[in-house]
Ligand binder design. Structure first.
Ligand SMILES: Cc1cc2nc3c(=O)[nH]c(=O)nc-3n(C[C@H](O)[C@H](O)[C@H](O)COP(=O)(O)OP(=O)(O)OC[C@H]3O[C@@H](n4cnc5c(N)ncnc54)[C@H](O)[C@@H]3O)c2cc1C
Length: 402
């Protein structure tokens, strides 16, 4: 059941509930924050890991769900436009060029919204997530750059209703946005804008530490990192230096358990329910990737259009063989010696998939891995939890026996 109609009686009852420390999704909980609020009452319908109903929510948010006859829809979701873009004047210290922060600042400056749900960091820890409702551009800018850990963004939902805010922008990743869309009608807003980023392979704070310790030459000085389109992880350090580690050199055998079980079970890499998505995976190296899902998303993008250089999306190469070969290699936790990983990285960078084909490569690799994970660890959930579009993507490959 989708929670579409506000039901004052039910909502009053929900508000009387104390937020629960119980997480009904158990080990699959992505700590989106919903259960920290009285909206926990809706969790069984809203949680992305208990009740998958993306198609229904797409219909409500965008006026249609994915067209299953169109493979682009399988991969990228409902869209009315797509492009590569970057800010002419990047925001210093943003994750990429700061398109997300710029849109949020414009929306506040122009009075389109009264607040922005975003994630600053805690005083003690640059990667420790601290969700806030920003009311000024300065507060939005203080949230720039990824906190690459599970973040309880929805824990601030109660404050929205209490503050009497009527127009709100929420920035978030797929699992947060699925739960948000499911309770949207209960928030008492006149207008909700949703600015999403793609997300994959997220980790708990402890998991992040393990990843940094295992992969970087200087874990304590990392201020920013990204899995880039050149098949390398780029770590930026406090002194401004960039360290590059090829994907194929990651210590897969040690990192196999580092990703959160929720992320190993996620099939919403591209944030299906946001009005506008800003990532990088479908764009050429150095550019951000923009997906406009509906008219609201277009309105948001229009606000910063003049600040951007743009180019059409492109697609080059053929990912399928590489994906098929990587399935058993990942499954067995194969780790290459660094010299071989570097060599392979150089070759793949030259002849490998680019633009939208790189995005398909990444989606295929993660969906096949996640399908196997759910099949092995939660077989009873497999059929209902995996959306139809993801079944079609996974169906293109031969998977190892469970
Ligand atoms: C955990 C995570 C994983 C991602 N993985 C991918 C990926 O695989 N492929 C891809 O194309 N793009 C991915 N992205 C998006 C990409 O890394 C950039 O965030 C995006 O392109 C925006 O860059 P920017 O410079 O415009 O953002 P900025 O202007 O720097 O703003 C970043 C925004 O991200 C929000 N944010 C930070 N941490 C979190 C968090 N943990 N949860 C929710 N919101 C957060 C902040 O509130 C801030 O508003 C991911 C983002 C996150 C947060």
């Amino acid at each position: 059941m989708t929670i579409t109609t506000p039901d004052p009686a039910k909502h009053k009852k929900a508000k009387a509930l104390k937020p629960s420390s119980r997480r009904p999704a158990k080990e699959l909980c992505s700590e989106c924050g919903l259960c920290d609020t009285y909206y926990v009452h809706y969790v069984k319908d809203a949680c992305a890991f208990i009740h998958q109903h993306i198609a229904e929510l797409e219909e409500e948010a965008h006026g249609r769900s994915r067209n299953l006859d169109n493979p682009d829809d399988w991969y990228f979701g409902v869209s009315q436009d797509m492009m590569a873009a970057r800010k002419k004047q990047p925001i210093e210290g943003a994750q990429w060029t700061g398109i997300v922060s710029s849109i949020a600042c414009e929306m506040l400056n122009r009075g389109m919204v009264e607040g922005v749900v975003c994630v600053q960091n805690t005083k003690e820890d640059r990667f420790g997530p601290m969700p806030v409702i920003a009311r000024t551009p300065e507060e939005v800018l203080a949230a720039k750059v990824n906190k690459p850990t599970l973040s309880p963004n929805l824990s601030v939902l109660e404050q929205i209703e209490q503050s009497g805010m009527k127009r709100l922008l929420v920035i978030g990743v797929g699992c947060q946005i699925q739960a948000l869309r499911a309770v949207e009608k209960q928030l008492g807003l006149e207008k909700l804008y949703v600015l999403g980023t793609p997300c994959v392979d997220n980790v708990s704070r402890a998991g992040l530490q393990k990843f940094l310790d295992t992969t970087s030459r200087s874990p304590e000085t990392v201020v920013h990192y990204e899995f880039m389109q050149d098949f390398q992880v780029h770590f930026k350090h406090e002194d401004g230096s960039i360290e590059k580690v090829p994907f194929f050199g990651l210590k897969t055998n040690q990192l196999k358990d580092v990703f959160a079980p929720s992320c190993m079970s996620c099939f919403d890499y591209v944030n299906s329910l946001a009005d506008l998505v800003v990532g990088y995976m479908g764009a050429p190296f150095g550019w951000q990737w923009i997906v406009v899902r509906n008219d609201t998303g277009q309105q948001m993008l229009d606000l910063v259009q003049e600040q951007l250089d743009t180019q059409p999306v492109m697609s080059q190469g053929d990912r399928k063989k590489a994906v098929q070969q990587s399935i058993p290699a990942y499954d067995k936790g194969v780790t290459l010696p660094m010299w071989a990983a570097k060599l392979m990285g150089i070759v793949i960078e030259k002849i490998g998939p680019k633009g939208l084909e790189y995005a398909r490569f990444s989606i295929d690799s993660h969906f096949t891995r996640n399908y196997l994970y759910v099949k092995r660890n939660h077989p009873e959930k497999l059929d209902a939890h995996v959306p139809e579009y993801a079944k079609r993507i996974v169906g293109q490959y031969k998977l190892p026996e469970a």
